[in-house]
Design a protein around this ligand. Sequence first.
Ligand SMILES: Cc1ncc(C[n+]2csc(CCOP(=O)(O)OP(=O)(O)O)c2C)c(N)n1
Ligand code: SF4
Length: 353
Amino acid sequence: MIDRHTGNGNGNSEGVSYTGKDFSSDQDVRWCPGCGDYTILKQVQTAMPEIGVRKEDIVFISGIGCAARFPYYMDTFGMHSIHGRAPAIATGLKITRPELSVWVISGDGDSLSIGGNHFLHLLRRNVNVNFLLFNNQIYGLTKGQYSPTSPEGSVFKSTPFGSIDHPVNPLALSLGADASFVARAMDRDPRHLKEMLLRAGNHRGTSMLEIYQNCIVFNDGAFELFTDKKSRPNEAIYLEHGKPLIFGSSDEKGVRLDGHKPEVVSLEDGNYSKDDLWIHDEQDRTKAHLLSRFFDQPQDGNQNFPRPFGVLYAVNRNCYDEGVNAQVEDVVSRKGIGDLDELIRGSETWVVE
Ligand SMILES: Cc1ncc(C[n+]2csc(CCOP(=O)(O)OP(=O)(O)O)c2C)c(N)n1
Ligand code: SF4
């Protein structure tokens, strides 16, 4: 059994017509003024009517952190659960209620530190849920300790002499875990963020969307290179399936492949034209891995690759929740409904003397 109503496993869309406001709850929003979480909330509320699922078929499940307050602000079902464990709860819910559209909200600390293990298994199992990873490179709720995504050398309260930890690259990690949908967006490009939310919401399987989110209090400007309108054209590249990798303020640069080695080239010096560039293919796993490695900082002295935004990888593969339900149905049809008491009692008993 895939879905009791629609068959696509992403909620029931029969006869729904909402506006963004319909998804706004009556709770006071308790994030700091200027927090990037506000924009993300707004874009999720704006995207929901277009995803077109009935409110009573939508569930937001979070772990712990500032980001994790999200379910309170959505006028849908929701659950603020335990630290790093939202994927386990989402998996259980999706298996037992496959008709629901399930969204996991998590911070970088929540999903990549205490919840790293659960994150990995959600992705490899490809449970049909949407995972929104709010990455602010800091622990916001606990007042600014460094997180698994903080760059080396980060000076925060818990790392007064600079973090010596090598950071996690969330998209490379997701691809390594065989995620079927891997994308990146940022709070300060709301139009593109909404587009990515729609893509994630319509994906069958785990959609992992990393969202760069500014923590204005403890890590302001962490993503300024990509969010600032002046530096963005040179530091960010927007991926579109079937289109060449072009960037720069007047589209004067591109990325080509020399074998499997990416290279930034000028489109102005006459050596290369658009026809020489790498054409983005969302279904090419090898190229998605290369893209996820465009992660260097200009100050590292490496070739300054632009940071990719958009869908790096999207393929269709079996979902764990569907597999579990299909197997249960098959076994029940062959063997009938089991008896739990009998199972617990077991067929063999021992007497301990
Ligand atoms: C079992 C457990 N360990 C530690 C904590 C303390 N704690 C609360 S939130 C958090 C991390 C929050 O960071 P992040 O997930 O990045 O979310 P943000 O607050 O930045 O949105 C930690 C360590 C906790 N609540 N429970
Ligand atoms: S501490 Fe940072 S992440 Fe948390 S609400 Fe304030 S600005 Fe947002």
